[in-house]
Design a protein around this ligand. Sequence first.
Ligand SMILES: Cc1ncc(COP(=O)(O)O)c(C=O)c1O
Length: 497
Amino acid sequence: MRRVPATFLSLISLDYRTKTPMYRQLYDWFRRAIIAGQMRPGQRVPSSRGLATELKISRIPVLNAYEQLLAEGYFETFVGAGTCVARSIPDDTLSPPTVKAGKGQHESAEKRGLRRLSRRGVALTDIPAQSWLDNLGAFRISLPALDQFPIGIWSKLVARHSRRPQRGIMAYGDAMGYMPFREAIAEYLGAARGVRCESSQIVVTTGSQQALQISAQVLLDPKDRVCMEEPGYPGARQAFMTVGAQLIPVRVDQEGMNVAEIIRRGNHARAVYITPSHQYPLGMAMSAARRMLLLNWAVRTGAWIIEDDYDSEYRFGSRPIASLQGLDTDGRVIYVGTFSKALFPALRLGYVVVPKDLVPAFSAARDAADVFSATLYQAVLTDFIREGHFARHIRRMRMLYMERRRSLVNAIQIQMGDTTEVIGVEAGIHLVALLPPGTDDVAVSKKAAQLGISAMPLSVCYLKPPARGGLILGYGGANAHQIHDGIGKLRMSLQAH
Ligand SMILES: Cc1ncc(COP(=O)(O)O)c(C=O)c1O
């Protein structure tokens, strides 16, 4: 085959101003030309000397580029025949097929969105963009008071474990988690949450989202029915969707999830997801009678109960409400918790407490997910708990959040009292402001997001259209000034609507 003609070479344009070395630019050019089918298998390439002369550059970058292309199998050489494009490169080009997009332009299949995803992939992509989550301004849901975190103590503990790290901190760790950390969690859960477990039942996870994901993988098959609180936590919905589960909405009232509805429907749910200590997002606690009913039903039908105890450290008027897991005598409850609200979400540390016979399956699923959580932070948090900093921080934050909650309720009453109704103020770090019937809460949230305010619309927590919209307002991360200012902007957003 003939050498590449000079006209062809004129297409190689080198950029002398960029930081990309000359040899790399040449290498990239040839690679692209081969992949796009512009240079065919067996086609001879210019001699390194010829190309250097043609491009008016030294021969060294050309030689380096050719050497790399030979090493990666794009070029091959024959004694006496010089260098050519490897003949083993498939003849039909590697470039993606293109179609005419009118006016002589070509558009790739990727841009036209023709690539096939799984049904679950499509379902996940169908979740609308949530512009209210893009900023960390006032009322960002799930955000604790980051500026109040004892960062000095934390960094000393990080330094303690990093200065002379033990092998255990740096090598591969146990998929179930760092044992001293699991022991500290088990003790804490027994004392503070009435959870009955041993450290061997605790699986450390990358936040509680992963705990939900793993629970879904271990317990559910595609099309299995999962009863969800209506309204409920969208993150749990996502986790169950990734395994192809069928979501069944079950209404909540003042006593929490309406368990009688599950029993009446008799639709053989495989699992129930609930937030009994502090219903997400409406805020009520599940009554004792409903807890018993749910547990008895689960024992009778063999269903699993996934209890998400995401922010129960913060209960204001009364003593903390004990976990549902503590009442379970049949190993039906999978208990999920997180340090995201008590400490900070970027820590990505959570846990799931599993019945003893499920430990091997959860351990294998945890290993398959991302092997294990960073040991350094597990060790740091163990000391943080053991040395009393965790309990102290929670006590301080409880006082602070009571203050912030009061500021928020006052600000709403003064500035928006005629249009909203506040519910769910007994616990946690968020409340719900119900909007006048007929208000499009998504439109109000989008408007607020434009003003730098993060207010999650209540309707996104529903599987079916809700009777009344509202805004879920987080107050953990906003001080009194931000709260006052933020409510002013929310009022404007509501009026604009
Ligand atoms: C009800 C509920 N469960 C779980 C989580 C997830 O927390 P994590 O950051 O641990 O994944 C949240 C966070 O907002 C939540 O509101």
